[in-house]
Design a binder for this molecule. Structure first.
Ligand code: PRX
Length: 635
């Protein structure tokens, strides 16, 4: 198991040095020793960031589901692969063994095939956190179809945009979903979306809530009867290393969502490697990541990374506050969870509640705690460390992105000494660089700058689906020859990294990546709105919340402002989803603009954050007088 499981800091540095000195040899060794291949690669890495083109393990053939399922059957066939914990604590948890998972994935793959899906077709999955979600993802991978999971909190418009962008032929959905005390009409959302998606031929519907729903004749089919009669074996499609595995949409600072495309071999190797090391996963551990599979965290660290390691991965359908704020800890106690991975926003929300919700449960099974999605503030870090980890569980603050496929910067528990709010050190093979605004690399320690990565790692997204130019412009143009993350970071005196936040117009709200442009576009569709600008401002629980500045059309001036605010948030809910709703809305006479017509968001951000002592240079503004007017009425 040479360099697969890092055991101490010295070994980390050794492995890291090797991985940087000779990346190909390093990753080849990992790939050789820990996976099954139908055919080995001709070359480990071919890359050119100027095109950009990146190929890992080119020439190799494999199927990721053989690595995640089949190869475990003879050694751990009866071990639980997926442990499903339902929304309602009174409903029994479901233990799906590797053998059962194999059968269910094979059956599902046969249903896909019988419904006309073949290698390369795109399938959109719009499901709540029920086993069918993980199973359908794996079934797509087994048949070689490209899955695109859309988080089941997105609106029908957002769903339709994604279905059309990747030209999906099929949608997999459920009748409804549970979320705490609420039941959601998921199929209704799908029906509405599909009025705008002529390319979708088939909808497979899983039964979850038993709600009465519309089934479109010829298009919609209940999944269960099809699965029941499906054959329980399915030979895995042989995939090329660089064949697409999935598309996952993420917000950009402008325009349409970006369909990040991940490919097969490199993604598998990197997510498996990082899962094992970042969580120090051992056989018989019970690992739980609370994310939704609709996000990259769920793809890499609920499904692929854990299953590639033969782990038991918990899938939780519910929310942290239902039936009460002790739900997470009750689940940890019940299943004796050993690794627990969540988002800072959840920690902050739970830290506000009575400590009894935590202390009444036995959390002694926990070994490692993780966070992801946004910077974790010091207070939340300590609460997590003191009360959940009882000061004995290292916290892995894992920094990464939808685009990176896997964790790039994180402590390795029991090896890397942790430091609150610091993601600490790069994973093996990851070469970070901090850049100044003139495009020069800032060397040395105790510095800060824009975070770039200088060298490819195996799970980097290969393109934006259907728009390679945008991929190049967004990630490889700001700093020549480097991948630009969009984040700012500092490096402390010992070389630890701390991610300070986005330096572009993406705002992270409750760990969700939201672009300002799509929200503004949604607001601007309101007939009374002339123009709008969205910025983030600090929020106790969400990390950031959204503040909208809106200019009304003349026709809107006479309207009731409270009603207008409600309507604006309704527009956003319909176009994107409730996660993008604005916390504050201010109607303004104008927006501060530069002479070239660009909104100066820096000023709006300062006003929203009540940090107006020093607005900085506003000499380039076309309309400086508007700043005072906005400040006077700020919320
Ligand atoms: O700004 C960083 C923040 O989340 C962004 C990526 O968001 P997304 O693609 O949705 O993926 C989230 C889950 C991997 C990053 O550019 N971010 C993520 N993790 C951290 C973080 N910021 C600070 N610390 C983190 N640990």
């Amino acid at each position: 198991m040479s360099n697969y499981h890092i055991k101490n800091l010295e070994e980390y540095f050794q492995v890291y040095r090797k991985s940087v000195r000779n990346p190909e040899e390093f990753w080849e060794e990992v790939a050789e020793e820990h996976f099954v291949w139908r055919k080995k690669w001709d070359s480990v890495l071919d890359w050119d960031f100027s095109k950009p083109e990146i190929k890992w393990f080119d020439g190799a053939q494999l199927n990721i589901t053989e690595n995640c399922i089949d190869r475990h059957l003879h050694i751990r066939g009866n071990k639980t692969a997926i442990l499903f914990e339902p929304n309602d604590p009174n409903e029994a948890a479901e233990h799906i063994t590797y053998r059962q998972l194999h059968e269910r994935v094979c059956k599902f793959a046969n249903v896909l095939k019988d419904n006309g899906i073949k290698k390369g077709d795109r399938v959109v999955i719009y499901l709540p956190m029920i086993p069918e979600l993980a199973i359908s993802v794996l079934a797509c991978a087994r048949i070689g179809a490209v899955h695109s999971v859309v988080f089941a909190g997105f609106s029908s418009t957002a769903l339709a945009t994604r279905i059309n962008d990747c030209e999906a032929k099929m949608v997999i959905a459920s009748d409804g979903s549970y979320r705490g005390a609420k039941t959601i009409d998921l199929k209704g959302i799908v029906d509405e979306a599909l009025t705008q998606c002529p390319g979708v031929e088939t909808v497979l519907v899983a039964k979850r809530t038993g709600a009465t729903i519309h089934m479109e004749e010829g298009r919609d089919h209940w999944l269960e009867p099809l699965l029941e009669k499906a054959y329980s074996d399915f030979p895995a499609e042989i995939m090329e290393a660089e064949d697409p595995l999935f598309i996952l949409y993420t917000s950009g600072s402008t325009g349409r969502p970006k369909g990040m495309m991940h490919t097969t071999a490199g993604y598998m190797v990197y997510t498996a490697f990082t899962f094992k090391n970042v969580f120090q996963y051992r056989e018989n551990d019970i690992y739980w990541c609370t994310a939704d599979i609709g996000w990259i965290t769920g793809h890499s660290y609920i499904v692929y990374g854990p299953l590639a390691n033969g782990a038991t991965t918990v899938m939780f359908e519910g929310v942290p506050s239902y039936p009460d704020f002790g739900r997470f800890w009750e689940v940890v106690q019940k299943h004796k969870v050993t690794q627990f991975y969540t988002a800072p926003t959840a920690i902050r929300a739970l830290a506000k509640e009575n400590l009894d919700f935590v202390t009444k449960y036995d959390l002694s099974s926990l070994k490692v705690l993780g966070t992801v999605g946004e910077p974790i503030n010091e207070e939340a870090w300590h609460w997590y460390n003191d009360h959940v980890g009882e000061k004995k569980c290292p916290i892995v603050d894992t920094w990464w992105q939808t685009e990176t496929g896997g964790v790039l910067v994180s402590p390795i528990p029991f090896s890397t000494p942790t430091k609150p709010t610091y993601a600490t050190l790069p994973m093996p093979g990851v070469q970070p660089a901090l850049m100044d605004e003139n495009g020069k690399e800032i060397k040395g320690n105790q510095v800060d700058g824009r975070l770039c990565i200088k060298f490819p790692w195996p799970s980097i997204a290969r393109t934006i689906w259907g728009d390679h130019q945008r991929y190049k412009d967004t990630y490889f143009s700001a700093f020549e020859g480097k991948y630009f993350t969009g984040d700012g970071a500092l490096r402390d005196e010992v070389g630890y990294y701390r991610i300070t936040g986005r330096v572009d117009d993406v705002i992270i709200v409750s760990g969700h990546n939201l672009g300002t442009a799509p929200i503004e576009d949604a607001i601007n569709e309101h007939p009374a709105v002339a123009e709008s600008a969205i910025v983030g401002f600090p929020h106790d629980i969400k990390g950031n919340a959204l503040y909208g500045y809106i200019i009304l059309k003349e026709t809107g001036e006479s309207r009731d402002r409270d009603n207008l605010k409600k309507e604006v948030n309704q527009m956003i809910t319909e176009h994107i989803g409730p996660i993008a709703k604005l916390d504050k809305i201010q109607f303004v006479p104008g927006l501060p603009k530069t002479r070239s017509g660009k909104i100066m968001r820096r000023i709006l951000r300062k006003i929203a954050s009540k940090d107006t002592g020093n607005l900085g240079d506003i000499s380039t503004l076309l309309n400086p007088e508007v700043v005072d007017l906005i400040m006077k009425e700020s919320l």
